[in-house]
Design a protein around this ligand. Structure first.
Ligand SMILES: NC(=O)c1ccc[n+]([C@@H]2O[C@H](COP(=O)([O-])OP(=O)(O)OC[C@H]3O[C@@H](n4cnc5c(N)ncnc54)[C@H](OP(=O)(O)O)[C@@H]3O)[C@@H](O)[C@H]2O)c1
Length: 460
């Protein structure tokens, strides 16, 4: 049973229902299952079923918008003091699912509610005796500062065992992010070059063309660095930088990620960070007239371990930029100049968008009589790989929660270390966001962070 807190919200509609639909289509849901949606108002089961169908028409497979029909119930949520309709509804749904054979029922609480509601909902679970044996999914951000992270985590561990907790960072759930492991650990061609000896820099570039119109209030209180950098980009950086785990299970992968995040040098906001704000941002409804919120961040992160010392990890993301992409690129060192001027650095580049793709750029001989060099790129679209049936990231994460696999979720020690590296950007040295025109690559100063060759995406 999936108890979905915030069942009429944006995330539920755009991600969770389409994710469940994809699982149903792939036959990955249990034979008997229920979605028990909840929220602060009274609604009927049918009203939520309408919301689900509408969401699938808009964000899922519109031809099968009735895919979750018959599985949807609704009950008003609890507060710490009042059980609402939810406590009885969980009991009734558990009894129905257990059936005559009294089967075990897995109960998952998914907190698709604003972060300010994470603590009250967690306390509500405790107050109403609902915490035992359940799994609880926390959306991001799990804390917005080192202090708020510690506070939330202390409460969560008062109420739940760590094994019950699933903290989402949906970049970790992406098919292509997981492919980074395989690319590296299953291929000596790549595994052998995965270090400072061969890699000159790593770029993790997530430009967005979208603005913030439908989430302006949330965004203005958060900004690009908190929304994206300390969360997704740091986690992807950890995924790239980590040492080989002892095994590919949840515990060992989390340990390997944590170990390398602990080696992230705290950001130097003056030297290594450029913040930006696109022109016109302050005119958006819901944004303060004098807002200093960053809609763009570029950061140079240093990973102080033996594998990566001296190799910059260049992280960039922003709104209203020139292109939309999600790319991890290892820019390789250029070999000695036996051939004169090198044609350009070799690159291994993984697109994390959609089903993912791997591009490998190498130096080759330019066809013709002279020994002249050129670069060429070979691409492998990951959905071309037979039998190629990838799940969307949220479907994959939901599936993992339902089967209890915590491999793709963040751990408290990893988040604690991420906040430690990020913390200087929350202090007095935080740079003023510099203006940039919509449709560009952000403030010019950010280009310089990437060195003389600049950002790969900007050039291509
Ligand atoms: N939307 C996205 O694209 C996205 C992406 C990544 C992560 N997230 C995370 O996912 C979570 C949900 O995001 P969202 O965009 O769906 O948010 P949302 O639409 O603002 O809120 C979701 C639902 O939460 C309920 N809610 C609002 N305030 C509440 C409160 N104080 N206490 C209890 N319930 C409350 C509301 O339902 P009722 O009015 O029915 O109670 C609302 O429909 C957030 O933590 C967000 O950071 C969202």
């Amino acid at each position: 049973m999936l108890v979905l807190h915030g069942s009429r919200g944006d995330l539920a509609r755009r991600m969770v229902y389409p994710g469940l639909q994809a699982l149903a289509a792939a036959d990955l849901l249990p034979e008997r299952w229920l979605l028990l949606g909840t929220g602060r108002q009274e609604h009927t089961d049918d009203e939520l079923a309408d919301v689900v169908r509408e969401s699938l028409r808009e964000h899922g497979d519109a031809d099968r918008a009735d895919a979750l029909d018959g599985h949807v119930r609704y009950a008003s949520t609890f507060t710490e003091d009042e059980p609402g309709g939810l406590v009885d509804a969980i009991q009734a749904a558990t009894a129905d699912l257990a059936g005559d054979d009294d089967a075990d029922v897995t109960v998952v609480h998914y907190l698709a509610v604003p972060p300010s509601a994470f603590a009250p909902t967690t306390r509500g679970l405790r107050a109403h005796g609902l915490a035992d044996g359940v799994r609880v999914v926390y959306e991001k951000p799990y804390g917005t500062s080192p202090e708020s992270f510690e506070e939330l985590d202390a409460l969560v561990h008062e109420v739940l065992d760590e094994e019950q907790v699933f903290r989402i960072d949906h970049f970790l759930g992406k098919e292509a992010t997981q492919n980074l492991h395989v690319l590296r650990f299953a291929n000596e061609l790549f595994g052998g070059i995965w270090s400072r000896e061969h890699v000159a820099q790593v770029q993790i570039d997530v430009p967005e063309t979208l603005d913030v119109a439908d989430r302006a209030e949330f965004y203005d209180a958060t900004g690009a660095a908190l929304d994206m950098l300390v969360t997704h980009l740091f986690q992807v950086a950890a995924q790239v930088a980590m040492g080989p785990p002892a095994a590919m299970d949840a515990q060992n992968l989390a340990a390997a990620r944590e170990e390398v995040i602990r080696c992230f040098r705290p950001l130097d906001p003056r030297e290594d960070v450029v913040l930006g704000q696109f022109t016109g941002y302050r005119d958006i409804e819901g944004v303060a007239d004098d807002s200093t919120t960053d809609t763009f961040v570029a950061a140079r992160l240093w990973v102080d371990d033996d594998r990566w010392r001296g190799v910059p990890f260049l992280l960039r993301t922003g709104k209203r930029m020139a292109a939309q992409a999600q790319r991890v690129t290892l820019v390789l060192r250029t070999p000695d100049e036996l051939f004169g001027e090198p044609a350009g650095p070799g690159r291994v580049s993984v697109s994390l968008a959609g089903d993912g793709a791997i591009d490998i750029t190498t130096t080759v001989k330019r066809p013709g009589p002279d020994l002249a060099l050129a670069t060429g790129t070979a691409s492998l679209a990951l959905d071309d790989v037979e039998p190629g049936d990838p799940l969307p990231p949220y479907a994959s994460l939901l599936h993992d929660v339902l089967v209890g696999d915590r491999t793709l979720f963040t751990s408290p020690d990893g988040l604690r270390a991420a906040f430690a590296a990020f913390a200087p950007l929350l202090g007095p040295d935080r740079p003023e966001p510099e203006p940039y025109e919509p449709g560009t690559w952000g403030p010019a100063r950010a280009d310089a962070l990437a060195g003389p060759d600049g950002w790969v995406l900007t050039r291509s």
